[in-house]
Unconditional design. Structure first.
Length: 225
């Protein structure tokens, strides 16, 4: 874990050093070229910040951080809010981000559920260059389901079983991911006694399904120390 974490942090640092040296030793800098270099540095800073944030979340989970504030929350409301927030990101790439579904009440910590939803939908947008990403919430039996389907680059079938492993990236393309986001999704879903699965679509892209127990009668807000 430490070895992988160190590698993830070292890569953006090395890139920033090279970019900084290019700026530092340029005798007659072209403003447009300098702007482009600074944009690259800014991108690497954001990437390193995302790595650190994800690592801290994993550390908290590994230390047995409990659900601090469990309550009845509507998975539909959470997903709808996340889709609204990520729509500009999708529109900037020229793809559609859609949401459908009805109310599905679950008992859990809203912050963690929302983080899992963000990671799944943001990941789908990141790896989709054309077409659309569709998110849906529905009730199936005693479960609430979040389904995120995209028309992206897909997942090789021989790698499906590893997509939730820490630091694993199914694609060789570097799109700013840390290989930790889906591991966090699984950690939070497991903590809520749910399941998350991934499958490759026959026509390209991927589908992720999160299943969580519906709220049971008598479940109310629970605070934990």
């Amino acid at each position: 874990f430490v070895s992988n974490a160190s590698h993830e942090l070292k890569t953006p640092l090395a890139t920033m050093k090279l970019l900084s040296e290019s700026i530092l030793y340029e005798e007659n800098p072209d403003p447009a070229e300098m702007r482009e270099l600074f944009e690259d540095v800014n991108h690497e800073v954001d990437r390193m910040s995302n790595v650190i944030t994800d690592l801290l979340r994993l550390v908290q989970f590994d230390e047995g951080q409990p659900l601090l504030h469990r309550e009845n929350v509507d998975l539909k409301d959470i997903a709808e809010r996340v889709v609204s927030r990520l729509k500009p990101l999708a529109e900037n790439k020229g793809i559609a981000l859609n949401f459908t579904g009805g109310s599905a009440m679950i008992f859990g910590e809203e912050r963690q559920i929302e983080q899992a939803v963000v990671n799944l939908i943001e990941n789908a947008v990141k790896y989709t260059d054309a077409g659309h990403v569709d998110a849906a919430v529905k009730q199936t039996g005693s479960e609430a389901q979040l389904i995120v389907k995209d028309t992206g680059i897909g997942i090789p079938r021989d790698k499906i079983n590893h997509v939730f492993d820490r630091f694993f990236q199914a694609s060789a393309e570097n799109r700013g991911g840390t290989g930790i986001g889906l591991a966090i999704v699984k950690a939070f879903v497991d903590l809520h006694h749910g399941q998350v699965t991934a499958e490759a679509n026959a026509d390209g892209g991927a589908t992720f399904t999160v299943s969580l127990p519906l709220t049971q009668p008598g479940e109310t807000i629970v605070e934990q120390p």
